[in-house]
Design a protein around this ligand. Structure first.
Ligand SMILES: [Zn+2]
Ligand SMILES: [Zn+2]
Length: 133
């Protein structure tokens, strides 16, 4: 399966071949890197990720761990651990994220209560919250 994606501003565009797995990460570093309660990722062999436009900026979040993101708009794109052959790419930056539904969660020991059920039971609105009458 070939997938394409890009950052919020459009400067970075990438292509993925052969997604291996998809999962939610609840670790504190992904939380801070994304500003979200949890972050969904796909795992792909490093050679199967191609940036077709733009060059990502890099933040070394731990020794040997590169987090690649758009230096213009800040979208997090790639988690790259030098000693692994696979890298991870944020599902939220894919053009069609629903093609790769996550199959498991990792770092559940750090999971926020609000991310365990994603607010199950709260009202859902198709757009913005309607204003009160
Ligand atoms: Zn951007
Ligand atoms: Zn994480």
């Amino acid at each position: 399966m070939r997938l394409e994606g890009g950052c919020l501003c459009g400067r970075l565009r990438y292509r993925l071949e052969r997604v291996k797995s998809a999962y939610w990460c609840h670790c504190t570093m992904c939380r801070r890197a994304s500003g979200s309660a949890a972050l969904p990722w796909v795992s792909v062999a490093r050679e199967d990720v191609t940036f077709v436009s733009g060059t990502p900026a890099v933040f070394e979040s731990s020794p040997g761990v590169a987090r690649r993101f758009c230096g213009n708009c800040g979208s997090p794109i790639v988690f790259d651990m030098a000693r692994e052959s696979d890298v991870d790419v944020t599902i939220g930056t894919l053009d069609d994220p629903d093609r790769v539904p996550p199959t498991h969660h990792i770092w559940g020991s750090s999971a926020l209560h609000l991310a365990r059920d994603l607010g199950e039971g709260l009202p859902h609105y198709d757009g913005e919250r309607p204003s009160d009458p």
